[in-house]
Design a protein around this ligand. Sequence first.
Ligand code: NAD
Ligand code: DAU
Length: 356
Amino acid sequence: MTHFLPQRLLITGGAGFIGSHLVRLMVQKYPHCEIVNLDKLTYAGNLENLRDIEDAENYTFVKGDITDARFLDDLFYEYRFDSVIHLAAESHVDRSIANPMDFIMTNIVGTVCLLNTARSAWHQAVEGKRFYQVSTDEVYGSLGDTGLFTETTPYDPRSPYSASKASADHLVRAYWHTYGLPVVLSNCSNNYGSYQFPEKLIPLAIHNIKHQKPVPIYGDGQYTRDWLWVEDHARAIDLVFSDGKIGETYNIGGHNEWRNIDLVQLLCNIMDRKLGREAGTSAQLITFVKDRAGHDRRYAIDAQKIGRELGWQPSLQFAEGLERTVDWYLANDQWLHNVTSGDYLRYYAQQYGLPH
Ligand code: NAD
Ligand code: DAU
């Protein structure tokens, strides 16, 4: 196996949830690699997520849009990247239902712009180059009560978000087959941890429980997700980037399935204990609301390939990960306050019709 050691790495979407954990890991692990974080700073991107490493010598932040082809060409010309890890995306399913066009632009058109730029910058020699597409398990569609998504499960995306990610994955593979662009992909299950924008289930529930607001559960609450600690995902990305085989896809997951209602109930118990509330108090906030349109019933990942070939395993038990996550949100009230003002309030009112 050839071990890839980057020298000039472009990470897109590094100011978001997973991206910021990945940027931190890579900046610290590869001090001799020049790392550029390119991010548009949409509502989901926040430079506060990276305060602790923003002065590192091998790190540069650049604000920009991956759909701007001219800008990308100039950036590649200036930095002469040998590798790209592409995370920039519109990432929230509910927003994709309300407004698909942003997802088409960033997730599909933006990915093609990046592919074109990399292809033209690397046209003379693709040796020593690498383009990594960070993708999601949602491209595989929805599972019944049994079974797991493997790397060969046919794509069957069902929301505008997952369809846009599926399109992007197809295009990445097409650039490998057609032009020989050296690509690698991974498809991961639901992440949780610090710095996740509170539109997503876990931080939203923590925030609402803390402020004694209704905790919205879609439909019957029996929808199932496979949860993974975000730092374990970042570690997996580093491994796939360094040791993954060109042209291959790796599934990443937590072996950790939870029904939404059970997960939120567990969060309520943790929060009661941490906030000194009588047991059962927070669970009274659980409020069943109108279901998400086209809601995928169950996701679960078979992560054997990355375990067998690259030696990756999730490191953290869910109970401990959730405790740490709750502690982080309780200790970082200012961060939550900053990201839940302005645009978020409008989004929340539109999405839930509930007080925030
Ligand atoms: P996020 O929404 O927290 O962050 C996305 C980042 O991309 C933000 O910083 C945003 O400013 C940036 N961005 C958006 N549009 C851009 C554009 N046009 N140009 C440049 N930057 C832009 O997302 P996340 O949850 O951290 O997800 C990161 C990636 O991982 C996405 O590609 C997502 O599909 C994938 N993924 C996420 C999960 C999960 O559970 N969150 C699981 C599997 C895969
Ligand atoms: O599976 C990977 C995907 O996980 C990523 O590709 C996406 O970027 C990421 O957002 C996440 O998608 P989900 O739709 O699974 O995550 P979300 O946190 O939005 O919802 C998790 C589950 O909780 C899902 O079944 C919907 C439900 N839910 C969500 C919200 C926001 C509720 O019941 N109530 C809510 O208010």
